[in-house]
Design a protein around this ligand. Structure first.
Ligand SMILES: Cc1cc2nc3c(=O)[nH]c(=O)nc-3n(C[C@H](O)[C@H](O)[C@H](O)COP(=O)(O)OP(=O)(O)OC[C@H]3O[C@@H](n4cnc5c(N)ncnc54)[C@H](O)[C@@H]3O)c2cc1C
Length: 369
């Protein structure tokens, strides 16, 4: 049975999507609890720079009443893009910066901090890993935690990312490997310690690509450059090559072999890291990914539509969060609200997933164009 007022809403996951949803709900006087498996807000570094698009990420921030605070932190000049020739390092193309700011960049940690600070104290319950959810025949949903505890809610929102524990309540879909791996690395105080790389990257991002190999580097705040060494190889590339991922020198030597024939100004990214290497195999959900409506539970963000990281995922997660919250505020019944949200979000995500798959092919081409 759906209650007439003050429904008990739980969001699983304090990522950008879940936090945006919680913020918009609270702005409209709704109570909500967010369960997050990490122990605290700063349990781990949050990752790189995100560009916020006007019609998705920025629209969500506007509806959350946070657009001004976003602009105070963002780097509008960061939307500059450069494409370099992999063999010579020469500049092939440059876009931006967009006058007036097109897609301002912000560090993911800053954006998450902005959303966390906007919530009522105690909204996020840290160190609460969810093991599964169980929709009940009366339309409520049980949340079961890793420690064996359980709590009942009228609506559970799975905002718990790629490996969602909520998703199995709606769909049997599971992420699969795209065939592309990003090895992440970073450079500190780039203008003084890595001035040649800083010049190559400029104010925003730089891309160089060959067949099955790409290098992407992006300026973050505080003079940090984050780079993704991207390649099309089996997921176990390191095991097949006998490379221990914990052995930085072995990883570096192997990457240098992979990028043989690339200009030395670009190979600098492989041999001068300040932060070591983090192996990130890229996974996606099958597209289209949809489900039949189930009372008491829904999904947003990567939990609903994990797609290649070509600049849309965080933006869409935030828009999902905002759209779901607005539907919950506008509709009298929870079921109608969730159906209204899913009827917008699912078609939108199918279109975005198709575009993102093409985007990954463009970013790391499988063949010479
Ligand atoms: C290398 C890389 C670069 C990217 N660059 C961009 C970009 O430039 N622009 C862009 O828009 N997108 C980008 N993305 C995509 C973006 O990161 C995701 O789409 C976005 O973070 C999804 O947000 P989310 O809130 O759905 O999930 P997440 O950000 O994954 O948040 C999920 C949260 O749920 C928590 N959680 C997980 N499981 C549980 C559990 N069982 N119990 C409780 N809590 C749990 C997690 O700890 C996390 O806090 C990139 C992705 C990658 C991998």
């Amino acid at each position: 049975m759906t209650p007439a007022r003050d429904p008990r809403i739980a969001i699983v996951g304090a990522g950008l999507g879940g936090l945006t949803c919680a913020r918009v709900l609270q702005q409209h006087g709704r109570s909500v609890t967010v369960f997050e498996r990490e122990a605290s807000a700063d349990a781990r570094p949050q990752g790189g720079s995100l560009d916020m698009h006007a019609d998705t990420g920025q629209a969500a921030l506007r509806s959350a009443g946070l657009l001004d605070r976003f602009h105070a932190l963002a780097r509008p000049e960061g939307d500059e893009w450069r494409v370099l020739d992999f063999a010579t390092g020469a500049l092939l193309a440059q876009q931006g910066p967009t006058p007036g700011g097109g897609r301002p960049e912000i560090d993911r940690g800053q954006l998450r901090g902005l959303l966390l600070d906007s919530l009522t104290a105690g909204t996020v319950r840290w160190d609460r890993a969810v093991s599964k959810v169980a929709p009940q025949s009366d339309g409520t949903c049980l949340v079961l935690f890793d420690d064996g505890a359980a709590e009942e809610f009228d609506l559970v929102v799975g905002a718990d990312g790629a490996w969602s524990r909520v998703r199995p309540a709606l769909s049997s879909a599971a992420p699969h490997y795209t065939g592309v791996t990003f090895v992440e690395t970073g450079f500190d105080q780039c203008d003084t310690r890595h001035p040649d790389l800083a010049r190559l990257v400029g104010n925003g991002s730089m891309l160089a690509k060959g067949v099955g190999r790409s290098l992407v580097a992006q300026r973050n705040s505080n003079g940090h450059i984050r780079a993704y060494i991207a390649f099309r190889e089996p997921q176990d590339w390191h095991a097949a090559a006998g490379v221990d991922l914990g052995d930085e020198q072995a990883v570096e030597a192997h990457l240098l072999r992979m990028f043989d024939g690339w200009d030395e100004s670009l190979r600098y990214i492989l041999r001068s890291s300040d932060s070591g290497f983090v192996n990130r195999s890229l996974f996606v959900l099958p597209a289209p990914h949809t489900w039949e409506h189930v009372p008491g539970v829904t999904l947003l963000g990567d939990a609903a539509h994990l797609m290649p990281p070509v600049g849309l995922g965080a933006n869409l997660a935030m828009l999902d969060g905002s759209d779901l919250a607005h539907a919950l505020v506008a509709e009298a019944g929870l079921g109608d609200a969730v159906r209204a949200y899913e009827s917008i979000m699912l078609p939108r995500s199918i279109e975005a997933a198709t575009g993102s798959a093409q985007g990954l092919d463009h970013l790391v081409p499988a063949t010479a164009s």
